[in-house]
Design a protein around this ligand. Sequence first.
Ligand code: CP
Ligand code: NVA
Length: 320
Amino acid sequence: MPRTSGKRDLLSVTDIAADLGPLLARATRLKAERHRGAVRATRPGRNLAMIFEKPSTRTRTSFEVAMTDLGGHALYLSSKDLQLGRGETIADTARVLSRFVDAICYRAFRHADMVELARWATVPVVNALDDLEHPCQIVADLLTMHQRWKGRFRGHRLAWVGDGNNVLHSLLLGSAAVGLDLTAAVPIGYDPRPDVLGAARALAEKSKATIEVVRDPREAVRDADAVYTDVWVSMGDEADREAREAAFRGYQVNDDLLARARPAAFVLHDLPAHRGQEITDSVLDGPRSAAWDQAENRLHAQKAILERLLPPARGRRGGD
Ligand code: CP
Ligand code: NVA
């Protein structure tokens, strides 16, 4: 039977929806401390296992550096090199790793596998991206907007241009939780999942945010304070590449589209970018690009997340 130890997992933005304010405040402070060269090891001796089924530059590096900054250690485990790649079950992997480490972060193809790992692990599990969500990314994105808007989400408008994918799912939930208005322009056939949209709308009712899905990128970007885009072909969607590239033509964030946003609007991209597809060089490298701050913020967000999930006092869960 799976063990339930009252541990906190972060599988979805909904798991931290009520905590985003304190998380962003802590991440802001951790960022200022790091910029001053005053990093404090608040989680000495803690170990994080990081299972990756897909490639990663930012998530892997930011988690690893975050653990080092906090005084702990991170282990990169490619699923291909684990016995998982030879058929050991997720449940058995979760139970064994829980005897060694204090938390597990997991980048998975299937959300069902994420849930299975969390079900059997006796330590917190963090979703480092799957086909449904990318919650840690959204903490960094909200941090980027929070800093640029001097701590105010309400009254700002965020536009999404592109696929109704994992990043949009988490962004819908995160925007709704903090009271940020979000209009997503997505082509027919690439809508966000109705259950995620429903959960976001339920959060938005409480925060008084508006959440809209439209077809025309110009409509989404009109009067926007920030414009966010992501790849047209996510990891795992490669078989659909041709159909996707055809469907998303016209969903490029370029100078013409950006001219329809507010003059102070900035551009977000979770990266990696496919330059010339969803975003042009001139936008990504231009003065309105916030993508590089956004990438850096992964580190500060990750540290705030890890502090929240890892108790300061050491306590090994396990058997005799
Ligand atoms: N944005 C993001 O998650 O990047 P990586 O795939 O490089 O981790
Ligand atoms: N939607 C993209 C995000 C990459 C960080 C993907 O899943 O590949």
